[in-house]
Design a protein around this ligand. Sequence first.
Ligand code: HEC
Length: 164
Amino acid sequence: MKKYIKPTLFGLLALFLLAQFIRPEKNLSNDRTNDISLKYPVPEPVQAILKVACDDCHSNYTVYPWYAEVQPVAAWLANHVEDGKKHLNFSNFTSRRVAVQNHKFEEIIEMVKEGEMPLASYTWVHRDAILTEAQKQTLINWAQANMDSLKTQYPADSLVMQRR
Ligand code: HEC
């Protein structure tokens, strides 16, 4: 019995050590050329919520905890950030068509209302990202106000997502 356990443990340890050489690229460009705040007002309370609860996965700047250095956690986090940014990137928000921007606000309202964002796996560690009812309402009101303002600035059909 012993004979088999030792090589297996050694193999796992070797794999773990080898995996540490895989360094996923970090999300630290901080490129805000098309930042949401250039077009939409982002009041301080909203900004504060986005910063603690959303920006790590939805902006060009992630604040990495120490364990992000350790594989396989690093790969798992990198995946979340990549996926999150693909769906919604506040640092690159205004580069999207206005219909997309409008739609993203709609989705923010939906996700926050349903408690789907921030991701549960995130709030499990980042307890300060668990949104209070008041914080949720702040985000929802903000997104709604931006949609209302778009409605006054653009013709209705330009705000509808086209199927392509
Ligand atoms: C730990 C990373 C993480 C955090 C933190 C996070 N998100 Fe996300 N978000 C994702 C990922 C990954 C997706 C895409 C997959 C999915 O929908 O589950 C996503 C999808 C979304 C979408 C859907 C966009 C679309 O086009 O489908 C919205 C809206 C959203 N997030 C808003 C938020 C808001 C608002 C916050 C903060 C209150 C937040 N997210 C916090 C990772 C995160």
